[in-house]
Design a protein around this ligand. Structure first.
Ligand code: ADP
Ligand code: ASP
Ligand code: MG
Length: 451
């Protein structure tokens, strides 16, 4: 079986390298790491390997990163970390033993010592990737390069663009390199992690820095699927999707790829290829700048729970100067980030992640009363948002009609509608218990059964 393939739609030079990022389940055990090794070795252009920490081997297994957060918690409570760290130690030692890799015990001892000495939460969480990159580099006879040498954050906490030349500088030379995902250094030189799932972002930064032919993201599904496989049984795979569509889907919960992973590669026109470590011959999903809209107007459906909406009604709101601005300023004042702000003539809603609102509800409502003097104000909790996405939507009539008919037929009460300004998505808000049935109803309405 050959895993070589023609790289089209991106950089054409055959010598351009490939960056291959392997996610948690792809590196969860010695058996999985053997698959990684076979994939990497099957194409000499795969020169930069980015790894996650070991993920779950079975559905009720623990991710090493979760155990490390637990370790950090235990250590900061002043409790002995050895029993918790022991679970992590066992994972690495078992993998190292099965793969015949030596030298992990000393590295694990060093990490344990630093945790006991008071390392920060980010430093502790980042060790999952660090330890695994050391182990896998050893197995592949590759050079280990610490992400701290390459990836830097600015004082605002965002990626410092100097990371690109820095990465390029540290990844010079012949042979294979293994880089841990998920972290870099902040402006003070301390380890800082990305948000969860952030190894995808590391891979994208390295692909951009090395001007890769393609950024391969190896995971446990054969690419991006039209819907979350935990909700829809056997959803149809997506062969090609644009960066914009992927961004909408991943931001809204299709967490096969971290939503921030799109930016570094999109600017450099480097295609992303999502592939399955357990079925490398499956075509996977290619993410590109442009695609021809096909007969399927909808490319995917994604959503998540955990939103709160504040609904404000006031007669003749449309005639009042600065009503929307004042509403949003109240949220700003409480440091609340918002997601959507649908308006109508006499009413306006703002939707935000419930965690943004936590502990501030009462004060926000009081301030709204005081400043906006509304006829009515309501706060609705436990809202789920569902995005139906596709570039063909803007030019096709009747899409919204089909979507709402499907939801109505399934007896689902739509609490919010927002057609994104990007014109490639329609977002609906439903109550949390309606979330899964709503996704199923939309999927059924747009995806014809095969055969
Ligand atoms: P990794 O550890 O390789 O980074 P993740 O767990 O982060 O993998 O992402 C892969 C998972 O994303 C899949 O196992 C699947 O359960 C989930 N997922 C959610 N929505 C989708 C979707 N639309 N397409 C594919 N996978 C999805
Ligand atoms: N190990 C980290 C996490 O579990 C990062 C990643 O897997 O991408 O979130
Ligand atoms: Mg992931």
């Amino acid at each position: 079986m050959s895993l070589l393939y023609v790289v089209d739609g991106g950089k054409q030079e055959s010598s351009a390298p490939i960056v291959a990022k392997f996610g948690g389940t792809s590196v969860a055990s010695a058996e999985q790491i053997q698959k990684l090794a076979a994939i990497v070795r099957s194409d000499p252009r795969r020169r930069y390997v980015v790894v996650s920490a070991p993920g779950k081997r079975t559905p009720d297994d623990k991710k090493v990163t979760d155990l490390l957060y637990l370790c950090s918690h235990v250590a900061h409570e002043g409790v002995d970390v050895k029993p918790t760290f022991g679970l992590i130690r066992d994972r690495y030692e078992e993998i190292a033993r099965d793969l015949g890799v030596e030298g992990m015990t000393e590295i694990l001892d060093d990490v344990e010592r630093e945790i006991i000495a008071g390392a920060t939460e980010d430093w502790i969480a980042s060790r999952g990737e660090y330890l695994h990159a050391r182990l896998i580099a050893n197995l592949l006879d590759a050079k280990f390069v610490d992400a701290g040498e390459c990836i830097r954050f600015g004082p605002d906490g965002l990626l410092d663009p100097r990371s690109y030349p820095l990465t390029n500088q540290h990844l010079q030379g012949e042979g294979l390199f293994v880089i841990p995902g998920f972290y870099g250094l902040n402006a003070e030189g301390k380890v800082k992690t990305f948000s969860r799932g952030g190894s995808d972002v590391t891979g994208a930064i390295i692909a951009r820095a090395m001007d890769a032919a393609v950024y391969e993201n190896w995971t446990d599904v054969s690419g991006l699927l039209m819907a979350d496989p935990r909700i829809i049984e056997g959803p149809r795979p997506i062969q090609e999707v644009t960066y914009r569509e992927l961004r909408e889907l991943s931001y809204m919960g299709a967490n096969v790829l971290h939503d921030e992973a799109v930016f570094p590669v999109r600017e450099a026109n480097i295609p992303i290829l999502i592939k399955n470590t357990n079925a490398p011959e499956d075509p996977g999903t290619r993410i590109v700048q442009e695609r021809e809209p096909d007969e399927n107007v909808i490319i995917g459906i994604a959503g998540k729970k955990g939103f709160t909406t504040i609904f404000v009604e006031k007669a003749l709101m449309n005639l009042e100067h600065g009503f929307g601005r004042k509403f949003l300023e109240i949220l700003d004042h409480f440091n609340i980030r918002w997601e959507h702000a649908p308006t109508s003539i006499d009413s306006m809603s703002v939707i935000c992640a419930s965690e943004e609102m936590e502990g501030k509800e009462q004060q926000v409502l009081e301030e709204i009363q005081l400043i906006l003097d509304p006829d009515r104000v309501d706060m609705l909790h436990d809202l789920a948002l569902i995005a139906t996405v596709g570039i063909g939507m803007a030019h096709q009539v009747g899409i919204a009609g089909r979507l709402f008919a499907a939801l109505a037929e399934a007896g689902i009460n739509v609490r919010m509608i927002n057609q994104g300004a990007s014109e490639i998505n329609i977002i609906v808000g439903v109550e949390a218990p309606d979330f899964e049935p709503a996704v199923r109803a939309i999927y059924k309405a747009f995806v014809k059964e095969e055969g």
